[in-house]
Write a protein that binds this ligand. Structure first.
Ligand SMILES: [Zn+2]
Length: 580
């Protein structure tokens, strides 16, 4: 492709409203163009990168034995009603009515396709002989994103690879799952992403039922916990904490329980400032409603309660923070002053609460706190109500090996999940076994955000000058930069090189613009094509070209004669680095 003939609008300045490097650089390098909040046009270069990632995904899905199909984005709302997901998705599901002749048709734009694919299988599969099968598509998904941001990372319309496995037993599902997991590892390796598979929420199958594939990035919206010593990794919702105190530690000579005035001061931060105590010295009392019953949960002032852990510890099906009305009823005080002393509802405590002596707590009275509160003396928590109930953080003990955990931000690029029979039950997807007995088909689902592969690559591979593409998903592999295109010798050499490299199967972008070298070099760095080849008049006189990897500082000379095989060889060696 010639630069002058494609649409490649590079930008010098950071565009307004772009907050993170991948968003800024994708706009500046002319990969995408915003249509409205959360909707982007992929310009030619951006689309090439996207297509390359898509090709790798398709290649590995096929290799893993998955079968491609294409389902419609437009779906009947009735399908979503059958699985209860009209309510579950709520405002996220984009739905609308259209008129067809004299009737009204209620439609939804698919945010995912469990319903459509399960309905398909319910109609087309009836015997164990037709299973297992894994079906996939690469297709546009829609979800009403209330706060679209971060460029293509959070949008209402995005390109997904979604796969669904159908099996006759949990063992067979595990085998299908393992195949997809392995394919994902190959995909992200081939795309040049440094990824981390992390344990995610466990589904109806229980156990090791779900993994997210994360790319660690400072601006990632997800949080993951990682142990460098044993490679335990989990998302924040799921991450366990090792060790921790198991029994109450009483201090010698505890302080007396004292009620103090804290007028209009309810938050941990405000109270700690007013009473000059650290948040570690305070206990937060959170009032939840678990399956309709209020409970109190204590965590140290500097810790965050983990709702998943609380829900599991309580054995509750549904858990939510109590509304202000309930809190006032339970504590007899306005929100912000709840405390464990004198509470008549069940109290649960995170393990770390056990060792906080002379704690500051709410007094269940407006504008009052207690200081000098001690567990075992001033309030009680039954031993079986003490558990790991908080989010893991930096420096916590690894649940596997006891070494320190690290908290990292990350971008989720893929998710594999053992679904079980949730959808096959509601949509009557059943099979007959070899005894003519009918069973629900056991499913798994597997998603990859193709746009996110591109954004994660840019987010984690750039410098102050621009993008540094990993070769396999770079829009072009080689950028040819003739320095003075009005010089016939230079232009001739560039054209010849362009033809020969293209004939050798290499993706080449020829910067044929009549621009100053400074402009060309700046744009080359911004757009980030992996291998830059400079053709200059002086070099040609000495029979030399300048070759430079985008990631390197200094170019090296390559003789014009033999330049093509040399470049082909360099690219082959580079490509080999991304082999799974
Ligand atoms: Zn560990």
């Amino acid at each position: 492709m010639r630069w002058s003939q494609t649409l490649l609008p590079t930008m010098k300045e950071s565009p307004e409203g772009a907050e993170i490097p991948s968003h800024v650089l994708m706009l500046r390098a002319g990969l995408i163009n915003q249509v409205m909040a959360g909707a982007y046009t992929y310009l030619p270069l951006g689309l090439r990168a996207l297509r390359k990632a898509e090709r790798i995904v398709r290649d590995e899905m096929d290799r893993a034995g998955a079968v491609e199909l294409l389902m419609p984005a437009l779906t009947p709302i009735s399908l979503w009603a059958r699985t209860g997901r009209v309510d579950a998705f709520g405002n996220v599901l984009i739905q609308f009515k259209v008129k067809r002749q004299n009737r009204e048709v209620h439609l939804a734009l698919g945010p995912t396709h469990e319903e459509v694919v399960t309905d398909l299988v319910a109609h087309q599969v009836s015997s164990y002989r037709q299973l297992p099968i894994t079906l996939y598509q690469i297709q546009t998904k829609f979800r009403n994103e209330e706060r679209p941001r971060f460029g293509v990372l959070r949008t209402s319309e995005f390109l997904m690879k979604d796969a669904y496995s159908f099996d006759t037993s949990v063992e067979a599902l595990n085998a299908s799952y393992d195949k997809m997991y392995a394919a994902y590892c190959r995909i992200f390796t081939r795309c040049g992403l440094k990824y981390l598979p992390v344990e995610a929420e466990s589904g109806p199958i229980g156990g090791d039922a779900s993994h997210e594939f994360m790319v660690v990035a400072d601006n990632g919206e997800d949080s993951v916990v990682h142990c460098a010593a044993c490679s335990y990794a989990a998302n924040l919702e799921r991450a366990e904490i090792g060790g921790g105190p198991q029994s109450i530690t009483l201090v010698a000579g505890p302080a007396p329980l004292t009620k103090v005035d804290t007028p209009k001061v309810g938050s941990i931060e405000q109270v700690s400032k007013l009473l000059k105590c650290s948040p570690q010295q305070m206990l937060k009392t959170l009032i939840y409603v678990a399956d309709g019953n209020p409970v109190a949960v204590l965590v140290r002032g500097d810790h965050e309660a983990n709702e998943g852990k609380v829900r599991r510890a309580l054995g509750a099906a549904k858990l939510e923070l109590a509304d202000p009305e309930t809190i006032e009823k339970v504590t007899q005080a306005p929100v912000g002053f709840a405390g464990p002393v004198g509470l008549s509802i069940p109290i649960w405590a995170d393990r770390d609460v056990l060792v906080v002596a002379n704690a500051v707590i709410g007094a269940n009275e407006a504008d009052k706190h207690y200081t000098g509160a001690n567990i075992g003396r001033d309030f009680h928590v039954p031993a079986d109500h003490v558990a790991d109930l908080r989010n893991a953080g930096d420096g916590d003990a690894c649940p596997r090996c006891g070494q320190e955990l690290a908290l990292r931000h990350a971008i989720e690029v893929g998710h594999v999940f053992k679904l079980g029979t949730k959808y096959s039950d509601s949509l009557a997807a059943r099979f007959l076994d070899d005894q003519e007995q009918q069973h629900s088909i056991i499913m798994g689902c597997y998603g990859i955000g193709v746009n996110r592969i591109i954004a994660a690559a840019v987010e984690t591979s750039h410098d102050e000058l621009g993008i540094v593409w990993p070769l396999p998903i770079a829009p072009y592999e080689v950028l040819l930069a003739p320095l003075n295109v009005t010089d016939e010798e230079v232009r001739g050499a560039a054209e010849k090189l362009y033809d020969e490299l293209t004939a050798a199967g290499i993706d080449v972008l020829l910067d044929d613009r009549d621009q100053r070298p400074g402009v060309k070099f700046k744009d080359a760095d911004l757009v980030g094509i992996p291998l830059r080849v400079v053709i200059g008049g002086r070099g040609l006189k000495e029979g030399q070209l300048e070759v430079k990897w985008r990631r390197e500082k200094e170019p090296s000379n390559v003789p014009v004669a033999g330049a093509v095989p040399k470049i082909v060889e360099m690219l082959a060696a580079e490509r080999a680095k991304y082999a799974p």
